[in-house]
Design a protein around this ligand. Structure first.
Ligand code: FMN
Length: 177
């Protein structure tokens, strides 16, 4: 299947992308077609809530979201990748998700699969729990089938991440598809 990985960290070689790399390794080994989009370095404006799109139309903002929309509408699975910033996903990734609004109808109950990969400094269950619940709420609302989550506590630097159990878990998640 086609898998679109949305990377939401400003650190191109950071912890969350390192986990994503291992997920991608497992998924490509299984023959899946993976495409990465670095949303953190894209030009994407925040949703203005103008409702001109009517949740199923063109957005008034002409920016990189047009390309991301096209990629999402032509994939089977979306993987959300982010550092944990103050107990949530990064603003860069949240901005993209908010912009789903203009093609909400094209996403809802269309059989999408999804996964979440996050990296946080603290090694506690609580630190990633809010991003987890947010993601699961989105899956429930849009009818995405959650294929798994890498809740990377203790992944504060690429070195910490490399030494964590989450590297193997990310690979195995990709391999499980
Ligand atoms: C603005 C900001 C907020 C952060 N908030 C948290 C937090 O709430 N809890 C935590 O454990 N780590 C927090 N961190 C640390 C990052 O989640 C951690 O360093 C992560 O590995 C960064 O991932 P990246 O390399 O993919 O960007 C924060 C870092 C920044 C820059």
């Amino acid at each position: 299947m086609k898998i679109l990985v949305l990377e939401g960290s400003p650190h191109k070689k950071g912890s969350s992308n390192l986990l994503a790399d291992n997920f991608i390794k497992g998924a490509t080994e299984n023959g899946h077609e993976v495409q990465i989009y670095d949303v953190a370095h894209a030009k994407i404006g925040a949703c203005q809530g103008c409702n001109a799109c009517g949740m199923n139309g063109d957005c008034v903002q002409k920016d990189d979201m047009g390309k991301i929309k096209e990629l999402i509408l032509n994939t089977d699975m979306v993987v959300f990748v982010s550092p944990i910033y103050y107990f949530g996903i990064s603003a860069q990734l949240k901005t993209v998700i908010d912009r789903f609004y203009s093609f909400n109808s094209g996403l809802m109950n269309k059989g999408y699969k999804s996964a979440l990969i996050v990296a946080a400094w603290d090694n506690s269950e609580q630190v990633t729990s809010f991003a987890r619940d947010h993601y699961l709420g989105i899956c429930s609302y849009l009818g995405f089938e959650n294929k798994g989550m890498i809740l990377g506590g203790g992944c504060g630097t690429p070195q910490m991440t490399q030494n964590s159990i989450h590297i193997k878990k990310a690979y195995e998640l990709g391999k499980s598809l």
